[in-house]
Design a protein around this ligand. Structure first.
Ligand code: AVJ
Ligand code: FE
Length: 450
C-alpha cells in the first residue's frame, strides 16, 4: 500500500497534483485531530517544559497555514490578526506557552477548520507554477510537511505525559519484520569517492536540502542496522555511563550534571530493563532500535564499541548512492514513494520495527532501516550546503545553522512519508532525547588501507 499524500515526483497534470495536495492536507489534519482527541485538561497541560501544550500545536499548524497559504499565496486578509503572536514559535518559548491566552480546544479546531476551507478554495483557483512559492505546489507541500512535523512533535509530548494511555498502536505487517539473522552482515563497506548530496530537483525539498552538490567521501564502513536496545544495554552493563574516557568532555559534563544512566524512559527492576511507552509498562525489547538517547550517549556508545558516529555525508551516501549508476536515489530502495513494504513511517505503529526488518527498503549496498524507525544522530553540525539560499523564510533553517545543533537523518516511525526522504535534514541540540532518536555507528576504512 502507498503512503498516500506523498510529494509529487516528475511532471504531473495540474489536476492530479491538486488532488494529491488536497489528500496530503487531509491526511495531516486527520492525524492532528487524532492526536488531540482526549480530555481537555490533557490538551491544556504542560506535560514537559520541553514541549508545548498540545492545544498550542493544534492552533499553530493553522496559524502557519494561514500565513503561507491564505495570506501569502491567496492574498487574503488575516482571519484573526490578534492571535498571530501567540502562535509565533520565536516569540514564546515552549515552556512559556501554557500561560498564554491561547484559543481553547474548540476554538482552535474552529480556527484551523476556517483556515483549511480558505486554503482549499485557494488551491482550486491558483496555478501551481509561475513563482518559486507556487512551483509544483511548493507552499502547499511545505505546509503539509509542517503539519506532519508537528504531529511528530505531538507524539513526543504524548510519550512524556503521565497517566492512562490515550493512543493505541496498530501492529506492523509481520511480513516486513525481520531479525538480524546470520545472513545479514553487521556492516558494509562504502568505497571512497564522490556522490551527489542534497537535491536541486526534488519538488518539495526544503531550503536546507538544496542545492545538489558533489561531496568526496573517504572509504568507510557503516552498520547495516541501527544499534539495538540489547546492544545499548551491553554498554550500560559494562559501566559505559561511568567511564569518562568513553565520553567527550562536553558529553561527560552533561552526563555528570544530569546523572544520566540509561536511555530515556528506561527503568531497572528485577534484573530487567522496563520502559513506559505511551502510558503502558513493558519490558524493553532486545531487538528494537534504541530510542531516546542524546547525541552524547550515542557518541559514548560508539567509542565503547571501538567505532564512531557517521558524518551526515556518510549517512546520505550509504542511503542514496547507487554503485551501479553512480547516481543518488531519492530513497534507499529507489525513486518510488515509500510504501509499507519499505519503511516504518506514519506514526501508527507507535514503535520502531526490530533491527533487520524491511529487506525491501535496503539501499543498494544493503543498509537497512535508514528511512523510518528512528532518527539517527550524525556527527555533523547543522550547516548550510554550498550555495544555500533561505526559502521561503529564514526562520525555518537559517537561524539554526551553527555548531549548537547536530544533524539527525532518516525519519522515525513517527515521521510521515510526506516529511521524509533520503535528503531530508532534521536537527536538534545534542542533549535532547525526548525525540524518537537512535543511531548507527561507522568506522574509517582508510585506517586499514582500504
Ligand atoms: C525541523 C523538526 C527541527 O520542530 O523545531 C516546525 C520543524 N519548524 N515548525 C521543529 C518546524 C517550524 C522543526 N524541526
Ligand atoms: Fe511550527
Amino acid at each position: 500500500m502507498n503512503h498516500p499524500g506523498f510529494p509529487p515526483h516528475g511532471p504531473e497534470a495540474a489536476g492530479a497534483l491538486k488532488e494529491r495536495i488536497a489528500c496530503g492536507l487531509e491526511r495531516s489534519r486527520r492525524r492532528v485531530h487524532a492526536l488531540t482527541t482526549c480530555d481537555e485538561e490533557e490538551l491544556l497541560a504542560q506535560h514537559s517544559p520541553l514541549m508545548s501544550p498540545l492545544v498550542w500545536d493544534l492552533a499553530h499548524v493553522g496559524s502557519q497555514e494561514e500565513l503561507w497559504l491564505v495570506r501569502d499565496v491567496g492574498g487574503l486578509d488575516p482571519l484573526r490578526p490578534e492571535i498571530d503572536s501567540l502562535y509565533d514559535a520565536f516569540e514564546h518559548s515552549r515552556s512559556a506557552r501554557p500561560s498564554l491566552p491561547l484559543l481553547d480546544p474548540a476554538d482552535s479546531r474552529a480556527y484551523i477548520g476556517e483556515v483549511r476551507a480558505k486554503a482549499l478554495d485557494i488551491l482550486d483557483r491558483v496555478p501551481l507554477e509561475g513563482s518559486p512559492l507556487l512551483e509544483a505546489g511548493f507552499a502547499f507541500g511545505m505546509i503539509i510537511q509542517h503539519e506532519q512535523q508537528h504531529a511528530e512533535t505531538m507524539l513526543a509530548t504524548h510519550q512524556l505525559r503521565a497517566g492512562e494511555p490515550v493512543l493505541h498502536a496498530q501492529p506492523l505487517d509481520p511480513a516486513v519484520l525481520g531479525t538480524r539473522g546470520a545472513n545479514l552482515p553487521r556492516e558494509v563497506h562504502v568505497p571512497a569517492g564522490p556522490f551527489t548530496m542534497g537535491s536541486s530537483v526534488e519538488p518539495w525539498a526544503l531550503d536546507n536540502e538544496r542545492p545538489a552538490h558533489e561531496v568526496h567521501v573517504p572509504g568507510y564502513w557503516i552498520d547495516t542496522v541501527p544499534v539495538s536496545n540489547a546492544e545499548f544495554a551491553g554498554f550500560v552493563a559494562d559501566g559505559g555511563y561511568d567511564r569518562k574516557e568513553l565520553w567527550s568532555p562536553v558529553g561527560w559534563a552533561h552526563r555528570q550534571r544530569t546523572g544520566l544512566g540509561a536511555p530515556g524512559f528506561w527503568r531497572r527492576e528485577g534484573g530487567q530493563w522496563w520502559r513506559r511507552r505511551f502510558g503502558v509498562e513493558e519490558a524493553v525489547p532486545d531487538d528494537e532500535p534504541v530510542q531516546h538517547v542524546s547525541y552524547w550517549e550515542a557518541e559514548a556508545y560508539a567509542r565503547w564499541a571501538g567505532r564512531r558516529l557517521p558524518t551526515e555525508a556518510e549517512w546520505e551516501k550509504a542511503a542514496r548512492w547507487d554503485p551501479g549508476t553512480g547516481r543518488s536515489r531519492r530513497f534507499p530502495w529507489g525513486d518510488e514513494e515509500p510504501t509499507a513494504r519499505h519503511a516504518n513511517l506514519g506514526g501508527t505503529a507507535m514503535r520502531p520495527a526490530p533491527v533487520g526488518s524491511y529487506p525491501d527498503g535496503a539501499s543498494p549496498l544493503g543498509v537497512r532501516q535508514l528511512i523510518g524507525d528512528v532518527w539517527e544522530w550524525t556527527s555533523s553540525d547543522f550547516l548550510p550546503y554550498p550555495g544555500f539560499r533561505a526559502f521561503p523564510y529564514r526562520e525555518y533553517s537559517e537561524v539554526f545553522f551553527g555548531s549548537e545543533q547536530k544533524v539527525l537523518r532518516g525519519g522515525s516511525w513517527a515521521t510521515d512519508a510526506a516529511a521524509c526522504r533520503a535528503t531530508f535534514r532534521n536537527w536538534d541540540y545534542p542533549i535532547r532525547r525526548q525525540i524518537f532518536t537512535g543511531f548507527r555507528t561507522a568506522r574509517d576504512a582508510a585506517a586499514e588501507g582500504r
